[in-house]
Design a protein around this ligand. Structure first.
Ligand code: PA5
Length: 468
């Protein structure tokens, strides 16, 4: 069994970092809760909103279809544009950054091997205009990804693209659009059927933030030449490690136990700090997973709670020069998770050149590989000295296998932690209010939105004295 990713929680523990760490006895005290959480997560495998746990096993045919479609797209198009938001964009972006060249779009076509990739996850009015300035729609394939099929951001982008395509290629616009959506629900599937778009399906039991390992993430990845079978195999390897309820063998269960205890003790912030540019967007993906899944106000048994842990996205070493001061000396409210890469895909030598100035000379003859890890160790040590909790997830190398493992690891940690907190980790009711209110402002014609428009009038009027 592949174990190319490793979790090291030494610096979470009180016998290593002192009083503000977690004692092993505290972990032992929740053994029964951990077993219950494990049984609940495993017992619901494939059921309800836990369809994502089957994705490592049930996609053989879909992988073939995706590969065939990706080969056609690579042959025909210069650009591949993902229109999607939240779980429909963050995974594809994170995986692309991890597994493709860091300046992929700027590479010449023969080195890139596939179309340029653009992931349009916002509706800043300047953004679509900017995209249309740099792509030729005649040479572009648009992948509209939305599980609900009704997300205003994505569907408004679709309308803009549809119009641009019709103007540019007439009736052939249908060949430029691929829909990735629910087979059974929503409006995009209706549109896709009517128009005859090529379509991939998001299984019913797979929510947006758990969807990277289905066609949502796999099609854009395959289009960019990523080994999607490797991703899925990585997820499978991690799933196999998570089959036991023994926390000394199941890294996701151990991690969930520790994160749950940190939350109980008031660590309200989870800092994700990859020491690798290729893993930078993994923090964005994690932030959505952790925040939207665990930030809840009601337990499964109806008690009012306000739980969750605020994810913070950082990058090593860049943020050592920005946020580390706060982490070492500010409030004791954070857990820092380092993502460490054991073997980078490149070695960058630092040449000699200024041998007479000791503060610079010591760098000569070393590598950036050594320097980035030395700085990670330095940060880890500084946190240890300050009695702050940190942990390290080491990837042997950044490749399809380890990225598949990492994604699935965090999904399992989230599912377990949701169980420990006794909340529904798979819904997002708190997002609804903002959606309804914004549609009401946009003049959506329905009873619900008319009522919301009325309700919004009862908010106290803004006072001039508070506006400068
Ligand atoms: O995790 C989720 O379910 C959400 O963040 C969704 O991914 C996001 O709201 C986009 O939804 P949809 O895919 O329906 O357009």
């Amino acid at each position: 069994m592949s174990q190319a990713i490793k979790l090291d929680v030494n610096n979470m523990m009180s016998d290593i970092i002192g009083a503000r760490g977690i004692s092993w006895s505290a972990v032992e005290e929740i053994t029964e809760d951990l077993q219950k959480a494990h049984n609940a997560v495993q017992g619901n495998r494939g059921k309800g909103m836990q369809g994502w746990m089957e994705l490592p096993y049930n996609q053989d045919e879909i992988l073939n279809d995706i590969e065939k479609s990706a080969a056609r797209i690579r042959e025909r198009f210069d650009n591949f544009v993902v229109l999607g938001i939240g779980g429909s964009a963050l995974g594809p972006a994170a995986v692309h950054q991890a597994l493709c060249h860091l300046h992929y779009n700027e590479l010449p076509p023969e080195k890139r091997g596939g179309p340029r990739l653009y992931i349009e996850d916002n509706i800043d009015p300047e953004r679509m205009a900017a995209l249309l300035d740099v792509i030729d729609v005649e040479k572009t394939c648009f992948n509209v990804i939305t599980k609900s099929g009704g997300t205003a951001e994505t569907m408004s982008q679709y309308l803009i693209v549809l119009d641009a395509l019709k103007k540019a290629v007439g009736d052939k616009y249908k060949e430029h659009i691929i829909a990735t959506t629910s087979k059974t629900k929503g409006f995009l599937i209706e549109i896709a059927k009517r128009e005859g778009y090529e379509t991939f399906y998001i299984p019913d039991g797979v929510g947006g933030r758990f969807s990277e390992l289905c066609p949502v993430g796999l099609l854009p990845a395959a289009v960019c030449g990523i080994d999607i079978r490797g991703l899925v195999a990585g997820a499978r390897a991690m799933d196999e490690r998570c089959l036991t309820d023994d926390i000394s063998d199941n890294p996701a269960l151990l991690e969930a136990a520790l994160m749950y205890l940190t939350m109980k003790w008031g660590a309200n912030i989870s800092v994700m700090m990859p020491y690798s540019d290729s893993l930078k967007l993994m923090s964005d993906w994690y932030a959505q997973l952790w925040a939207e899944s665990l930030g809840k106000n009601t337990t499964l048994t109806g008690e009012r709670v306000n739980v969750g842990q605020t994810p913070v996205k950082t990058l090593g070493v860049t943020d050592q020069h920005s946020q580390l001061q706060l982490y070492t000396e500010g409030p004791y409210d954070k857990v820092v998770t380092f993502l460490k890469v054991e073997n980078f895909r490149k070695t960058t030598n630092i040449p000699h050149g200024v041998d007479d100035i000791p503060t610079i000379a010591f760098l000569g003859g070393k590598t950036h590989n050594q320097l980035i890890e030395a700085e990670r160790q330095g940060t880890e040590y500084a946190l240890y000295r300050a009695g702050r909790m940190s942990q390290t997830i080491t990837l042997d190398e950044v490749n399809a296998d380890t990225i598949g493992q990492l994604l699935y690891f965090f999904e399992m940690v989230t599912a377990y932690t949701g169980q420990l907190l006794n909340i529904d980790a798979f819904n997002q009711p708190g997002v609804e209010e903002s959606k309804v209110a914004s549609y009401a402002v946009m003049g959506f014609d329905s009873e619900k939105h008319s009522m919301k428009r009325e309700e919004m009038k009862s908010k106290p009027a803004s006072k001039d004295i508070y506006i400068l």
